[in-house]
Design a protein around this ligand. Sequence first.
Ligand code: TIU
Length: 222
Amino acid sequence: MARIDGALPFAFTFDPARTALIVIDMQRDFIEDGGFGASLGNDVRPLQAIVPTVARLLDGARSAGMPVIHTRECHLPDLSDCPPAKRLRGKPSARIGDAGPMGRILIAGEPGAEIVPDLLPLGGETVIDKPGKGAFHATPLMEVLSGLGVTTLLFAGVTTEVCVQTTMREANDRGFDCLLVEDATESYFPEFKAATLAMVRAQGAIVGWTATTDEVRRALGA
Ligand code: TIU
């Protein structure tokens, strides 16, 4: 068993052989100018800043032989999996499916929907395309995790309070012990990231634990 004494709200004990790392939506559409995140009016630079940290976390997980699952929020080219309620909400500068500098916004197969070059999945790693914010909704993720026999999930990616938190809550309800790697996740809103970390840990780890990339790497012997 591995143990992170400094995890919050209390020490986190886990079996690395029954643990997977889930990296949520580290896509150009959220991290680079001209994508979906920017179209919503956000400054994408804080998200760019965590890429090296996520790379170090990936390195630690891969060195430990831990399964890695990458997700991508994106839709079919005909938008049949994008509810109008999602596409038409608000007044973004470009909507899902519109043409942008990285191809059609949040559409599978377009350059913007790809994971950023520094974090590209390796052969053999699972990539889950998801139409929702949560990665369990309308995807095979649960079957993939059952097949791997994992009971514990480590989470990284963007954005903390939207797709990462939604997926972590979905996983918590499905019986997984969940740990959010706090410096390997980011939000466009610092106060929302801080609030998410606090609410995850509150009430005796009601959603799960938090720890840093270095703490996770040390626990994995990296
Ligand atoms: N807008 C925002 O903060 N996030 C998303 O739309 N998707 C993800 O978090 N991946």
